[in-house]
Design a binder for this molecule. Structure first.
Ligand code: SF4
Ligand code: SF4
Length: 100
């Protein structure tokens, strides 16, 4: 499990093998998945990239994957859209809900 659902409404989904950009469902749903999970696991490269973009809720881990803490409302979600869409983490690019 790469997202960490802990509470509230959960959107189930799958991780695609390749990024899926610009899906019409995502353009219309308001970013429910960006408000449905506790965190997104990220690589070190993504950690540094998000840090450069001003992320304030990064968690650096010695033992496990680093994380962008979403806490059921990602800091990069703006008016229902990802404000760093072109720079979003790989998991965000490959996640697709199965119950929207
Ligand atoms: S993956 Fe599903 S919940 Fe996430 S933005 Fe797209 S349609 Fe919405
Ligand atoms: S980085 Fe963008 S796509 Fe990923 S959870 Fe945050 S708002 Fe959603």
């Amino acid at each position: 499990m790469l997202f960490s659902p802990l509470r509230k409404k959960i959107y189930h989904g799958i991780l695609l093998n390749a990024p899926r950009d610009g899906d019409v469902r995502c353009q219309e749903c308001g970013g429910v998945c960006c408000r449905s999970f506790a965190a997104v696991e990220i690589s070190w490269e993504e950690y540094k990239r998000l840090q450069g973009l001003g992320a304030r809720r990064l968690h650096l881990s010695i033992y496990g994957p680093h994380r962008l803490e979403i806490d059921y409302g990602c800091e990069f979600l703006a008016e229902g859209r990802c404000s760093i869409y072109e720079e979003r983490p790989d998991i965000c690019r490959r996640f697709f809900c199965t119950d929207a």
